[in-house]
Design a protein around this ligand. Structure first.
Ligand code: 0PR
Length: 387
C-alpha cells in the first residue's frame, strides 16, 4: 500500500482500464454463462441496501421483513408458501447449506450413522463435491439415462443405511435437463430420506414456462418428499451477483444447523456466513414486484424461443445437437472436428463458449442477454467454419 492516497480521478481512471479488459454480457458474446445483465430495477434496489447486514437482522428490521417476504414469494412459486430459508450468495452456498442440514438432521435422528453418504446425479454441479469435502460426507454418483437425466434405478441401488441425502437437479448445469423428481421424491419419502432439489438454474423459469403451457415434470414442494430447493435469483431471476436462495420445507431443517449467536440481535443463526448483505434480498424483492409473473414469463419464453432459433441454425449448419434441449441450454458438436478444435475456432471468432464434460460438447446457455441478432451472427460464423 502506498503512503499517500491517489486522487479520485486517478483511481477511477485506473479502474476503467481494468473494466475495459472485462467482457460484458451485453455484447452477446458470452455464450457459456448462467449469469446475465442484471436488471436495472434490481441494481437500483441493490444500491439502496448496501449498508444492511442480515447477519445482524435486529438492526435492519426492514430488510429482514423483506427477506421473509421474498422467501415466501419464492416458496409460493415453488409449490408451498409457508417455507423457511434465506437469500444468500448463490447456488454453491445453497447446496452446502442443504447438505449441512440434511447431514445434521439425519445424524441427530440416527446416531448409528457414522459414515454419512450423499447420492448425487453424475450431472450434479461441482458444489456438491465442495459440500462433501467440507462436511466429511462420502459423495456417491448416480448414473444417468440416455437423455442425461438421473437414472432412478441407480439411485435405488445406491441407497444405504448411511444415506443422509439424495439430490435431484431441475435444470442441470451442462445440459439443462430436469431429473424425474416425482419418482425420486416417492422413494425418498417412503424411506424417510432427505431429498434436495437443485433448481439453481431452472427454478426461476420452469414454473413460468409451465404456466404458459410448456410441459415439464414436477420438481417442487408440491412433491411431499422434497425437503429443500436451491433457486438462484442471479441466474434466470436477473438479480445482480451474488444472489442465491435456499428454501426449506420445515423450520426444523434450518434449526438442525443453527448455532448460538450470544451477542447479536437474534440468538441463533443457520447461514454459513455471518455478515451477509441485504442488498441481494432487496434486488430479489424489487424484481419480483416489478416484473411480476408476466414479466418473468416473457423473459423465460423469450429465452426458449431464441433457443429454438439457435437449435434450428445449428442443425441447418450441419452440426450435431447431442441431446434435445429441455430448457435454454444447447450442447452440440461438429461431425468433422473435435470439440476442443471447434471451441478454439469459435473463440478465435470472439465467442466465449464453454464445453460440457458429459457428453463432451460445445455448450451454449441462452440467457436473456442473448438476442436474436447475436444468434444470427453466431450461425453465420458456424456456417463460415464449414465443419
Ligand atoms: N447448481 C447448479 C445447477 C448450477 O448450474 C450452478 C452454477 C450452481 C449450483 C452453483 O451456483 P453458483 O455459481 O451461483 O454458486 N452454474 C454455473 C456453472 O458452474 C455458474 C456459472 C455462471 C458459470 C456464470 C460460469 C459463468 O460465467 O457453470
Amino acid at each position: 500500500m502506498e503512503d499517500k492516497g491517489r486522487s479520485k480521478t486517478e483511481v477511477f481512471r485506473q479502474l476503467k482500464i481494468f473494466k475495459k479488459k472485462d467482457m460484458t454480457h451485453l455484447s452477446g458474446k458470452i455464450l457459456g454463462s448462467m449469469c446475465t445483465c442484471p436488471h436495472p430495477i434490481g441494481l437500483k434496489a441493490y444500491h439502496m441496501f448496501l449498508e444492511s447486514n442480515l447477519g445482524d437482522p435486529g438492526l435492519f428490521k426492514g430488510t429482514k421483513t423483506m427477506e421473509k417476504e421474498v422467501i415466501s414469494l419464492l416458496g409460493d412459486l415453488l409449490g408451498k408458501q409457508d417455507i423457511y430459508g434465506h437469500i444468500i450468495t448463490g447456488g454453491t452456498e445453497a447446496n452446502i447449506m442443504a447438505m449441512r442440514s440434511a447431514r445434521n438432521f439425519a445424524m441427530e435422528k440416527n446416531p448409528k450413522i457414522k459414515d454419512p453418504e450423499i447420492i448425487v446425479p453424475k450431472s450434479a454441479h461441482f458444489s456438491f463435491k465442495k459440500a462433501a469435502d467440507m462436511l466429511c460426507l462420502n459423495i456417491i454418483e448416480a448414473q444417468l439415462d440416455n437423455e442425461y437425466k438421473v437414472d432412478v434405478n441407480s439411485i435405488k441401488e445406491l441407497l444405504s443405511k448411511n444415506t443422509v441425502a439424495v439430490v435431484a437437479v431441475a435444470g442441470t448445469t451442462e445440459l439443462g435437463k430436469i431429473d424425474p423428481v416425482e419418482e425420486i421424491s416417492h422413494i425418498c419419502y417412503g424411506n424417510n430420506i432427505y431429498l434436495h432439489v437443485d433448481a439453481a438454474f431452472g427454478g426461476y423459469s420452469i414454473p413460468f414456462l409451465t404456466e404458459m403451457g410448456y410441459e415439464f415434470p414436477k420438481f417442487d414442494f408440491g412433491l411431499r418428499g422434497v425437503c429443500s430447493i436451491t433457486i438462484d435469483p442471479h441466474k434466470m431471476g436477473l438479480a445482480p451477483i451474488p444472489t442465491g436462495g435456499i428454501l426449506f420445507r420445515e423450520k426444523k431443517y434450518l434449526e438442525a444447523m443453527s448455532v448460538e449467536t450470544p451477542y447479536l440481535t437474534e440468538d441463533r443463526q443457520s447461514t454459513l456466513v455471518g455478515t451477509r448483505t441485504g442488498a441481494s434480498t432487496a434486488a430479489t424483492w424489487a424484481l419480483i414486484k416489478y416484473l411480476g409473473r408476466e414479466g418473468y414469463k416473457t423473459v423465460s419464453d423469450q429465452c426458449m424461443k431464441i433457443t429454438k432459433l439457435l437449435y434450428n441454425g445449428i442443425i441447418e449448419s450441419g452440426f450435431e445437437v447431442v441431446t434435445e434441449p429441455q430448457l435454454n441450454i444447447i450442447a452440440f458438436k461438429s461431425k468433422k472436428v473435435s470439440v476442443d478444435e471447434l471451441a478454439y475456432k469459435l473463440e478465435n471468432l470472439g465467442w466465449a463458449v464453454s464445453k460440457s464434460s458429459y457428453p463432451r460438447a460445445i455448450r451454449v446457455i441462452v440467457m436473456p442477454h442473448i438476442k436474436e441478432e447475436h444468434v444470427k451472427v453466431f450461425i453465420e460464423d458456424l456456417n463460415s467454419l464449414d465443419l
